[in-house]
Ligand binder design. Structure first.
Ligand code: BGC
Length: 367
């Protein structure tokens, strides 16, 4: 089949094993009818595989994933969050502490000296309830839901979370996040897919892939990856991706921020125009060799691009042994440690409010 021969989008499911405490996990397969296939499982809402065609119609797996559920489970707290849904708070909260309404909350320090990605048993380690929703022939959707009880991982309020995965016949994969709470709380939701448009395990990693980020500034951090405060201009720094730039072009520059983070692991402040509630262009990744392209649009204020700096050839995945710079994440989100930075866009959610957010990953081909 060539990518121009459209077929109806489809969604199927199959058993994918059971968790350590006996919960059954299913694997879902969505096809766009135009060459893109997205596989995800109910454990962590984890994207396990995305097949995308190149300019000749040949598909490759463009995210880092693992072959079996057991491979994910055995990583435990050393999980690099491959493809998982992250909550309640994506990224870091300094020293695992924040105050809300005058009360101090304490979180597990799972990335010393800070709290990372929602804690020890966070959303990436839960079995989500998955319901396929209506298909139109042009798109397929699945609704993933989770109830996070009051006090879960130290966060206040019962949080009802709904994430919808939609694959449409324009090869766009859309993630919508919705959440409500019964007490004042904070949240920051994202997906942690590691992208490599040459295919997982490609020998040159993502160095030759050309990245554009729609951001004039980024958030420099301390050694623990907590933002120092105000955003700084990307001009004249290795963080300037306003024009398409190969990821490898400046990753070895003698720059204090790159040295501390072992590569890129920063939050860019997305430039916005007009209606900020609508997804806007955030980033584009192009693999010149295969022609595969990925465009990311979001309504979130920031994007964490992380060049898999802490993959150290200890995990064997579908694409082989994963190493540093094998992939880049595009984690659309609020800024790290926002609950401790009153000047950042707020991550607070109150009873009666509905948190809603949309991120689109659109796959394509450059001729
Ligand atoms: C963080 C990295 C971290 C990775 C895996 C990313 O979102 O920014 O510092 O190593 O997640 O945990």
């Amino acid at each position: 089949m060539t990518t121009s021969e459209a077929q109806a989008a489809t969604l199927g499911s199959a058993p994918f094993g059971t968790t350590g405490d006996g919960k059954p996990v299913s694997l879902y397969t969505m096809t766009s009818g135009r060459g893109v296939v997205v596989k995800f499982m109910s454990y962590g809402g984890t994207l396990t595989q995305i097949m995308a065609p190149d300019r000749n119609g040949h598909a490759a797996d463009v995210i880092l994933g693992l072959p079996t559920l057991a491979d994910y489970l055995k990583l435990g707290s050393a999980s690099p969050y491959f493809g998982a849904l992250i909550g309640r708070y994506a990224n870091r909260i300094a020293k695992g502490r924040f105050s809300l309404d005058g009360k101090e909350y304490t979180l597990a320090i799972n990335n010393p000296p800070n709290a990372l990605h929602g804690g020890l048993e966070a959303f990436d380690k839960r079995v989500w309830t998955v319901e396929p929703t209506a298909t139109s022939g042009h798109a397929v959707s699945a609704r993933l839901t989770l109830t996070s009880p009051d006090g879960d991982q130290g966060y206040p309020g019962t949080l009802q979370v709904t994430v919808t995965y939609t694959l449409s016949d324009d090869n766009a994969f859309t993630i919508t996040y919705q959440a409500t709470t019964d007490k004042d709380t904070v949240l920051n939701l994202t997906n942690h897919a590691y992208f490599n448009l040459a295919g997982a395990g490609a020998p040159d990693g993502v160095y030759p892939q050309v990245l554009t980020i729609n951001a004039d500034s980024y958030l420099p951090t301390d050694a623990g990856a907590i933002p120092l405060g105000a955003a700084e201009s990307v001009a004249g720094t290795p963080f300037d991706f306003r024009k398409p730039t190969p990821i490898g072009a400046h990753i070895r520059d003698n720059n204090e921020q790159l040295l501390m983070a072992h590569g890129y692991d920063h939050n860019w402040v997305l430039s916005k125009t007009g209606d900020r509630s609508q997804p806007q262009f955030a980033a584009r990744l192009v693999d010149p060799a295969s022609g595969r392209t990925l465009e990311c649009l979001t309504d979130q204020p920031g994007i964490q691009a992380y060049t898999s700096n802490f993959l150290t050839a200890t995990i064997a995945g579908i694409g082989g042994i994963y190493r540093q710079t094998d992939a880049v994440t595009m984690e659309t989100q609020h800024y790290p440690d926002s609950p401790n930075h009153p000047d950042y866009p707020t991550t607070e959610l109150k009873p009666g409010e509905i948190f809603h957010s949309t991120t689109i990953f659109r796959f394509g081909v450059a001729r």
